[in-house]
Design a protein. Sequence first.
Length: 365
Amino acid sequence: MGHLVKIHRKGVNDLLKTGMYSIKANLGDRWEKTTADILADAFCIRPGDYLFPWITKDNTTGDPNEGFKYVFKVSGGPYYSKEDTEFPIKIILEKTGWEYKNALSEDSALDLFGSKLLWNMIGFKSAGRGKANTHQTVEEDNLLISKLDNLNNNLKTNINFKNDKEKNLIKITTSKIGEYTDIENKRIISFPEKERLSKINYENLPFLNGNIFKQEKCLEAWLMEFLDSTNKDILFGDQAKINWFGNYLFYGVQGSNIDIVVDVNNNNERQVFAIELKRDKLNESELKEAVAQVDSYSDYLLRAYSTYGLNTVAKKIIICNGFKRDCLKDKNLKSFLHKNNIKIVFYEIINKIPKLKKFTNDDTG
């Protein structure tokens, strides 16, 4: 799968020099949420994935909007560099990438009148905020590369990197997470906002608040890291083969987003999962609201896939910490979920270790 990363020309030059995509951010008072947000995006990236730099205008230097000119593949990440206080999070690239002579402009890439659309790119552009990278389907990867190839008559130049970067980096993981505390909060906010990302304890991420996650984004980050490994079977079945997945994907052009989208082949069927995340336990009205959300997301995803002539089956999952006692009664709950074709999965945290479990009638309250 592929990832679109918004970057200025200076950032591209640094990437070409180092062989790494580097991430920075100014963290405000909700630094733990922003950190989890950044890591959730980074945890979607897998070795072998495409990385497409989207070169945007730099108002500081005056460097123009170039569009798309480079294609790389990922070697590994995310990593943490203790030596880089400005760009502490790193994605390492494979030894070889390629550069096209002529850049594909945004206007050409974001063609709204083509038979096939780069719909994740269009949503990313329409949002005009926040997120530094987004993810796209295999079909979108192929379309973007074909646009670059056609523009350049299939001519491109290889770019070669030295691949000895990992020895000075620390792998980031949510396999070991700790409590968010007032002491840790005071320590982080004592630093200037532009330095806070480099001061996070990446070897014991402060993502917990007792037996739940501190923020929904913390849940999202953990899910993204283990979505295709320990979390795969309970969510999609042991026969599922994941084609691609992404978090916080933009939903149309209105600025909304889908928490997680997963595309799988399962028993000779192409299935597209819309997943809604809720950090807390849900009452009846909250559950019904979440059901309405995933219903709407599923309809949108089916329309998006149809532009590529693909026949897909919509699947819907809600992940939460459980149900409150005033939720639907046991005998009505299963029928309500079955009627709406909704799968419920709970997360729980025991001894600071998160895990997923299937919903049963005994899990209300």
